[in-house]
Design a binder for this molecule. Structure first.
Ligand code: C5P
Length: 226
């Protein structure tokens, strides 16, 4: 394999509620994080998975991912922001793997085929790759919470998922100089004037954010819900 996957999993998941860090919440008996790691590690191109765990839960996460087969797995303490968690996990990738994918643990049901599609586009020469889906709803801008200011042309909008793919050297350089807090890593490439290529996303790669999302994930994963 020529790919390292970096998984930020240190978020609190306040929008999900429940008091436990989101990545440790379960979908039908298997944690969100273990599902994400298991799928990433099963993708044929992936040689290493580096996880940024909640800083006070590193041992627990090590135990959680023990027994996952496929790629090698490494667990480090994450940071206070998503970006610092990505940087911590990236620093744990000491192998000279040319492609790095950054994947939110919260996108627990993203299939191995999506990891392969993103990695293939980087291998094909793209310096940064994002999986995208069209926007189904009409999107409006608001001036105040109850006042519409205009309608956005949704034809030019995309919902962006993870895994996002990068030439490893580029991602390391950009993270070393990163100041602003961004919600994704491709944003670093955009800010540096680089090109970001789109590939088709996968509805299964939706981010588990709210209690409703958790119910959807449970239904999709099959088995009993609890
Ligand atoms: O909160 P949100 O769902 O946008 O977080 C996206 C991903 O970033 C999640 O997998 C979460 O665990 C991770 N994260 C992190 N460290 C933080 C905040 C978020 O690893 N401090």
């Amino acid at each position: 394999g020529d790919v390292a996957v970096v998984i930020p999993a240190a978020g609190l998941g306040l929008r999900l509620g429940g008091g436990t860090p989101k990545a440790l919440r379960e979908i039908n008996g298997e944690s969100i994080l273990r599902r994400a790691v298991r799928t990433a590690a099963a993708a044929p191109s992936v040689a290493l998975v580096a996880v940024a765990a909640p800083a006070d839960r590193v041992e627990e996460v090590v135990a959680l991912v023990a027994g996952v087969s496929g790629a090698r797995i490494r667990v480090v303490a994450g940071g206070a922001s998503r970006q610092s968690s990505v940087a911590a996990a990236l620093a744990a990738v000491v192998e000279a793997l040319p492609i790095v994918l950054v994947h939110d643990a919260a996108r627990a049901l993203a299939p191995a085929s999506l990891f392969e599609r993103v990695a293939a586009a980087v291998r094909d020469g793209a310096e940064a790759v994002v999986p995208v889906l069209p926007v189904a709803d009409t999107i409006k801008r608001v001036s105040t919470p109850d006042r519409v200011a205009g309608t956005v042309d949704r034809a030019e909008l995309r919902r962006v998922q993870t895994p996002q793919g990068f030439a490893a050297s580029l991602l390391r350089t950009l993270h070393a100089g990163a100041g602003a807090e961004l919600t994704d890593d491709a944003g670093l490439v955009e800010a540096a004037g680089g090109a970001v290529r789109c590939v088709p996303g996968d509805e299964l790669a939706f981010k588990v954010t709210t209690p409703f999302d958790l119910r959807i994930a449970q239904a999709l994963a099959g088995g009993t819900t609890h």
